[in-house]
Design a protein around this ligand. Structure first.
Ligand code: NI
Length: 253
């Protein structure tokens, strides 16, 4: 059995097709999934999807760094209310994104505010780090010591594995590890300890090989898991068992 630790089931490419998406996931052995909030709207939608599928779909409440330019006090207060009232399994995705042009100071302020929210609620955090590895590491080591941290779609390569491991992070690996040009991701996976590995799709984005270019969905986490098993030199069953247990412990599911 596999867990897709990070998907966006509220996305319009998936939501209209919800029952079929869940059915196909089951056929691929993906029994559990965590649907991720990115702002006040997608977080509310994620909570509703989780309520429709108790014990099967779980949700988080987040404030995505590339959306910060439109976050005012009322949006952030609404995200905090959803975090207190909908029983999420984590706060995220939150973090830094220097690929998109949104204001970096505001990204930092929102990131730190969301870490405080998670700490206050004793929840783990799911981190988005795109082209911002040094600053993400610095803020986490400054503000999130002792917390449970998952690096979503880990992309900082083998060079950062030791530092994020020392912080206690889990590494969530997505479709790019299967890409022809994904060698850096495979080198990172080779270095990550088994007890820190988790698998995700980030669907509908980042579709694994050989479906790259099509819509991604939780079923395809199996393709990513197969590639990781190959890199680690274990069979798929062992990889599934370990990553499922790691994700269960992290989210308490
Ligand atoms: Ni995501």
């Amino acid at each position: 059995m596999l867990i897709d630790a990070h998907c966006h089931l509220d996305d319009e490419r998936l939501i209209g097709d919800e029952e079929q998406v869940l059915q196909k996931a089951k056929e691929y052995g993906v029994e559990l999934m965590v649907t991720i909030g990115t702002d006040e709207k997608t977080s509310a939608a994620a909570a509703k999807i989780a309520y429709r599928h108790p014990g099967r779909v779980f949700h988080t409440i987040g404030a995505h760094p590339s959306d910060v330019d439109r976050f005012g006090e009322s949006e952030l207060a609404e995200i905090e209310r959803l975090a207190r009232e909908t029983h999420p399994k984590a706060i995220g995705e939150i973090g830094l994104d220097y690929y998109h042009a949104s204001d970096r100071q505001k990204q930092t302020a929102v990131f730190e505010r969301m870490i405080r929210l998670a700490r206050g609620l004793s929840l783990p955090i799911v981190i988005h780090d795109r082209d911002a590895h040094e600053d993400t590491y610095r803020i986490l080591s400054d503000k999130a010591m002792g917390m449970k941290i998952m690096m979503h779609c880990y992309s900082a390569g083998p060079a950062f594995v030791d530092r994020f491991t020392e912080l206690g992070c889990l590494f969530s690996i997505a479709g790019p590890v299967t890409f022809k040009n994904g060698q850096e991701h495979r080198d990172a996976v080779a270095k990550i300890p088994m007890n820190r590995l988790v698998v995700e799709t980030d669907s509908p984005y980042l579709t694994p090989h050989p479906y790259r270019g099509q819509r991604n969905e939780p079923a395809y986490v199996k393709l990513t898991a197969e590639k990781i098993a190959e890199v680690k030199g274990v069979n798929l069953e062992e990889l599934a068992q370990v990553t499922t247990q790691n994700a269960r412990n992290f989210f308490k599911i």
